[in-house]
Design a protein around this ligand. Structure first.
Ligand code: HPA
Length: 257
């Protein structure tokens, strides 16, 4: 079963006929996560939708309960997750308005609860699958290649230009970066920067959920253009670009098997 995680600018899915909003209890800070389930036009199977920042877009990136979110999706029977992330562009292909399906991640976040294999809590996940021993998941390819191909094939069907590569640098936020930080990220090989890609991707892998990200560039990263980065500017790009993201997600859902 497929789920979407909406980021900044995607708090709801247009055309999504919500049949139920499940209040999924989780052991992670006892959080109850609300996940909407319902139908998309032309899609036979039910899909789920979880707005990452909460239903009123009030939870900042470093305060999101990523473990509770991913756990809730798995409890609902989700097997595949398409996540939407707003990013700042570093690579010259990644100007505002560009959509990318990244291939790799570098994690610069800190202080976030970033694993289920965390000592006492690790056997909470599922007694049948997880053992209490130290566990290191494989993260060589952080994103599911089959979900990436689904997104890229769907973009091709829509004639939607999408950058089919790139390294996502996950920063702590909520502030934006300094010029020197962007230079460092660029030097490290990051092509885009966002604040929510991690630990979400790694937690998905720990739970065996297929996971891929659709990134919308909403600004040039700090120092890469003369323009001051403002929330109003970001919102304007989001307003323009989200229609394409919606179409991409809908087509991907119709092709998902
Ligand atoms: N930096 C980090 N995260 C972001 C940015 C940025 O420039 N734009 C949107 N999310």
């Amino acid at each position: 079963m497929l789920a979407f995680i909406g980021g900044t600018g995607l708090n709801e899915l247009p055309g999504f006929d919500v049949e139920q909003i499940a209040e999924q209890q989780t052991p992670y800070q006892d959080a109850a996560v609300q996940v909407a389930s319902g139908r998309l036009p032309g899609v036979a199977a039910r899909v789920h939708f979880l707005p990452r920042h909460g239903r009123g877009h009030t939870v900042p990136p470093h305060r999101i309960n990523y473990r509770a979110n991913m756990f809730a999706l798995r409890e609902l029977g989700v097997t595949a997750v398409l996540a939407v992330n707003a990013v700042g562009g570093i690579h010259r292909q990644m100007g505002p308005g560009v959509i990318a399906v990244p291939e790799q991640i570098i994690d610069y976040t800190h202080g976030r609860a970033h694993t289920y294999f965390d000592g006492e809590e690790m056997d909470i996940v599922s007694a049948d699958r997880f053992t209490a021993s130290v566990t290191h998941i494989d993260f060589t390819h952080p994103y599911s290649q089959s979900l990436r191909e689904l997104l890229l094939d769907s973009a091709g069907q829509l004639n939607l230009p999408v950058w089919p590569q790139g390294v996502y640098g996950a920063t702590q936020g909520p502030r934006l970066e300094s010029v020197a930080e962007v230079r460092r990220l660029q030097h490290d090989g990051c092509d885009m920067i966002g604040m929510t890609g991690m630990p979400e991707a790694a937690l998905a892998r720990e739970l065996d959920l297929a996971y891929a990200s659709v990134c919308l560039s909403v600004n040039w990263a700090a120092g890469l253009s003369d323009e001051v980065i403002t929330m109003a500017g970001i919102r304007a790009v989001l307003d323009q670009g989200m229609g394409q993201i919606h179409r991409l997600l809908l087509t991907s859902a119709t092709r998902f098997r």
